[in-house]
Write a protein that binds this ligand. Sequence first.
Ligand SMILES: NC(=O)c1ccc[n+]([C@@H]2O[C@H](COP(=O)([O-])OP(=O)(O)OC[C@H]3O[C@@H](n4cnc5c(N)ncnc54)[C@H](O)[C@@H]3O)[C@@H](O)[C@H]2O)c1
Length: 344
Amino acid sequence: MTASNLFSEYKGRSVLITGGLGFIGSNLARKFVEIGGVEVNILDALLPEQGGNAYNVHDIADRVKLHRADMRDDWVVNHLVSGMDYIFNLAGNVSHLDSMTDPQRDLDLNCAAHLRLLEACRDFNPHVKIVYTSTRQVYGKPVYLPLDEQHRVAPLDINGINKLAAEHYHLLYHRVYGTRAVCLRLTNTYGPRQLLRHNRQGVIAWFIRQAIDGEVIELFGEGRQRRDANYVDDVVEALLLAGASETAEGEIFNLGSDEAVSLSVLAELLIGLTGRGSVRSVPFPRERQLIEIGSSYSSYQKIHSVLGWRPRTPLTEGLARTVEFYRKHREHYWNVDADTVSRS
Ligand SMILES: NC(=O)c1ccc[n+]([C@@H]2O[C@H](COP(=O)([O-])OP(=O)(O)OC[C@H]3O[C@@H](n4cnc5c(N)ncnc54)[C@H](O)[C@@H]3O)[C@@H](O)[C@H]2O)c1
């Protein structure tokens, strides 16, 4: 599908982005505003400790409809889903570490909230198209690499288990009620508008912050684990393609990249790009070691053959763009607390 065909799919349509003030959701909302002629609805509760940040949409605020509410609130969600042509369901807790310290919260945010949304769809908009963002983490420790969609699933943390359950909810509603659901298993995503306030969500984001600040980047276990990463614009393109394709319905697709690099190489790249920072190897903290998956990267062959997607942004280029963004907008991402985020 060419870009103009893809974009015309969405013109004149209504979309709901859950988690739309967060990292990936806000980049998606911005893309819809750029496409033009799309009614963009954002549902986000700006939950503390997560990536929601009103600054992410501050310059497009007059072109999106923001619903500041929780997806677990059935009154709000029932009203919102009716009339939508597409739902991009990105809300959730992303931190694997936090899911271990507060498993009940992860269950609420990554399972209960999604059942609530799907029930609202069943009652008020059963055939809506819904794209759910899952995670590579559902595979757990790889048995072989790169991971394809046939690889067994055996998540090593609560977050992975709940994300896997939510995938199944979406596919069940597709099978039983005709909801047009598709699941994407994202790999590490990086780019502008990601949470940088703490280091429990997104290793690349944290390395970027430390390099910009000229700090010592700590590599757990020497940083030998290899990961692939997608620049956020490429992930947004995958979301748009999955939303627009009938063939994708009822399917699970990996995203991934050809550039699987070790975390130590990634840190060195950032030190080179910023001209600042250094690295030090440290032992794994116990809470991280317990859920560590080692080297993990995905094959994107299936989504390439079905939807024509492939990552377009080379790692060094994506990192350079990201560093530039945060240098310019630093004050909105560094030490803002949840309240400041809510007010900004
Ligand atoms: N960022 C990554 O590297 C990555 C990797 C794999 C999968 N994913 C998945 O992609 C999705 C988006 O990730 P992100 O990095 O943009 O996260 P993020 O933390 O930046 O954004 C998530 C947003 O969801 C909102 N939210 C959470 N629960 C909510 C609820 N019940 N009601 C209303 N709003 C709620 C939060 O306030 C936040 O703004 C998540 O589902 C995540 O699991 C992300």
